[in-house]
Design a protein around this ligand. Structure first.
Ligand code: AMP
Ligand code: ZN
Length: 475
C-alpha cells in the first residue's frame, strides 16, 4: 500500500445499485477487467467512452495503491460473428481485419491519452481455457451439449439475473433470446457453437467450432485475474446479457466462488442529440475526429459528464473543450516555473478527493478550474508555481494537461494533420520571422518589426513580448 495520503474510495455498484466503499481483496494486487472492443471496424466515440472512463479509474487506483499494485485487463474480441460477417462482405481475410483494426484501436486510444492496460488478451489465444471452462460447467451440471452446440442451463443457476435484476419470465418476455430447437429453454445461452468449413473453428470435444462471446471474458479473466477479483467494467448495454452470463459461467465453473465484487457501467453516449447512426451522419469514429481535433480535447469532453450519466457528444463541445485547454496551457505557460524540489505528494489531493467519490470527473474538472482562477488572481512566484504544479499533478489523474504548455500553444492543440505547416506557416518559418523582428527592433527599425508582427497576425500567429523574450502561439 502506498504511503501517500489516500482518501477512502467509494463507487456505485451495479450489483446493489448503491454507493459502496471500495476495499480490494488484496491491496498489493488490485484487479480490474474491462470488456474491450470487438475488432472489425474503427472504434466510434461511444466505444471510446469506457476506454477513457476506466483509464481514469486505472490512474486513480495506481495513485492509491501504487503503480505496480494494479492489474488492468482489457480484452480484444477477435473471434465473433460480426467479424466473420465483415470478412464475407469485403473478402478481406479475418486475420487481416482483426490485426488492422486492433492496430487502429491502439493508435486511437493512445491519442485519447489512455495508458496501456497491464494485459490485453486476445480471445483466439485462449480457446483452450474456454474449452476447459465449458468442460467444467458440463461436469458440474450447468451446461449441456446438443447438436454441436454447448448451452448454459440457466435453470441450473438460482442466482441467474442477480446483476440485471430480471426474473426468468422477464427475460423470456424481453425476447432478446434466440429460440432454437436444441435449447432446453429459450434463455439458455451458447457457450460453444459449430463452425462450417468457411468459419474460423477449433477442435473440441463437441466437434470443430468456436466459443460464444460471453465465455471468452469468463475464461480470460479467470486466467489472468483468478476466480474472484475486484472490479469489472463496461458500457451499460453489457449488463444484460453479457455480464449476467459472465457471472453465471464464472461462479458455476468455480464451485460458487464469488466472481466480481464491484460492477461498474458507463452510461450511453449519443451524438448531436441522437443515437449514433451512419444514416443520420452523426456516426463519429475516433479516427475521423482525431483528424479534426486534438485527442486531449476529445478526452476532456468525455470527462465533463459523470460516467454513469448519458452523454450528448457534439463537435461544438470539442471546439469549446479545445479553447478551455488553451486557457489552461496559457496560464501554465505564464506561471512561474518551479525552482525544483518544491513539489509535494499532496499536489493532486483536491482532484483525488473528487475522483475517490464515484469517479466524479465533473467535480475534478471544477477543481482544476478553481486552480486556474487562482493562478489568474495571484501571480506571486510561490503561489503561481504551486498552482502550476497542482494543475499538472491533478491533470495527471485525469490524463489531461500533461503536454508542455509551450508545445500545446505553438501547435494550438491542432491535430497532427493540421500541424504540418498549414498555410505554409510552419514552426521554423515563424521562428525565422521572429528572429528578423528581434533584429529589426534591436536596430530600432520599429516599422519593419511591426510589419512582421502584422504579417504573422494575418497568418493567425499571436506574439507576446515577455521580459525573457518573445513567445508565440497559434490563435
Ligand atoms: P463493442 O465493441 O460493441 O463490444 O463495444 C465496446 C465497448 O463500448 C463496450 O463496453 C460497450 O458497452 C461500449 N459502447 C458501445 N457503444 C457505446 C455508446 N454509444 N456509449 C457508450 N458506450 C458504448
Ligand atoms: Zn466481456
Amino acid at each position: 500500500m502506498s504511503a501517500l495520503p489516500v482518501p477512502p474510495l467509494r463507487f456505485t455498484n451495479t450489483l446493489s445499485g448503491s454507493l459502496q466503499p471500495f476495499e480490494p481483496l488484496d491491496a498489493a494486487r488490485v484487479r480490474m477487467y474491462v470488456c474491450g472492443p470487438t475488432v472489425y471496424d474503427f472504434a466510434h466515440i461511444g466505444n471510446a467512452r469506457p476506454a477513457v472512463v476506466f483509464d481514469v479509474l486505472f490512474r486513480l487506483l495506481r495513485r492509491c495503491y501504487g503503480p505496480n499494485a494494479v492489474v488492468y485487463v482489457r480484452n480484444i474480441t477477435d473471434v465473433d460473428d460480426k467479424i466473420i460477417a465483415r470478412a464475407n462482405e469485403t473478402g478481406e481475410p479475418i486475420a487481416a481485419i482483426t490485426e488492422r483494426t486492433t492496430a487502429a484501436y491502439h493508435a486511437d486510444i493512445a491519442a485519447l491519452g489512455c495508458l496501456s492496460p497491464t494485459h490485453e488478451p486476445r480471445a483466439t489465444a485462449h480457446i483452450a481455457d474456454m474449452v476447459a471452462m465449458i468442460e467444467s460447467l458440463i461436469a458440474a451440471g450447468h451446461a449441456y451439449a446438443a447438436d454441436g452446440h454447448v448451452l448454459f442451463d440457466v435453470a441450473s443457476d438460482p442466482s441467474y439475473g442477480c446483476l440485471s435484476r430480471r426474473s426468468l419470465d422477464e427475460m423470456i418476455a424481453g425476447a432478446r433470446v434466440e429460440v432454437a430447437p436444441y435449447k432446453r429453454s429459450p434463455q439458455d445461452f451458447v457457450l460453444w457453437k459449430p463452425s462450417d468449413a468457411n468459419q474460423p473453428g477449433w477442435d473440441s470435444p463437441w466437434g470443430r467450432g468456436r466459443p460464444g462471446w460471453h465465455i471468452e471474458c469468463s475464461a480470460m479473466s479467470a486466467r489472468l485475474l483468478g476466480a474472484s477479483f475486484d472490479i469489472h467494467g463496461g458500457g451499460q448495454d453489457l449488463i444484460f446479457p453479457h455480464h449476467e452470463n459472465e457471472i453465471a459461467q464464472s461462479t458455476c465453473a468455480h464451485g460458487g466462488a464469488p466472481f466480481v465484487r464491484l460492477w461498474l457501467h458507463n452510461g450511453f453516449l449519443m451524438t448531436e442529440g441522437e443515437k449514433m447512426s451512419k444514416s443520420l451522419g452523426n456516426f463519429y469514429t475516433v479516427h475521423d475526429l482525431l483528424a479534426e481535433f486534438p485527442g486531449e480535447a476529445i478526452r476532456l469532453v468525455l470527462l465533463q459528464t459523470h460516467y454513469r450519466q448519458p452523454l450528448d457528444f457534439t463537435k461544438a463541445a470539442i471546439e469549446r473543450a479545445k479553447r478551455t485547454l488553451d486557457r489552461f496551457y496559457l496560464a501554465m505557460a505564464d506561471a512561474p516555473e518551479d525552482s525544483g524540489g518544491a513539489g509535494g505528494d499532496e499536489d493532486d489531493l483536491i482532484v483525488l478527493d473528487a475522483l475517490a467519490d464515484d469517479l466524479n470527473t465533473p467535480l475534478a474538472l471544477t477543481r482544476l478550474h478553481e486552480m486556474l482562477n487562482e493562478l489568474h488572481r495571484d501571480r506571486t512566484p510561490a503561489l503561481g508555481a504551486r498552482n502550476r504544479r497542482r494543475l499538472k499533478a491533478g491533470g495527471a489523474l485525469l490524463g489531461l494537461l500533461q503536454a508542455e504548455p509551450e508545445a500545446w500553444l505553438k501547435a494550438a492543440g491542432a491535430p497532427a494533420a493540421a500541424q504540418a505547416g498549414s498555410g505554409g506557416v510552419n514552426d521554423a518559418a515563424i521562428e525565422a520571422k521572429l528572429a528578423a523582428r528581434a533584429a529589426a527592433r534591436k536596430a530600432k527599425d520599429f516599422k519593419a518589426a511591426d510589419a512582421i508582427r502584422d504579417e504573422l497576425a494575418a497568418a493567425g500567429i499571436v506574439i507576446e513580448d515577455k521580459a525573457d523574450g518573445t513567445r508565440w502561439r497559434r490563435a
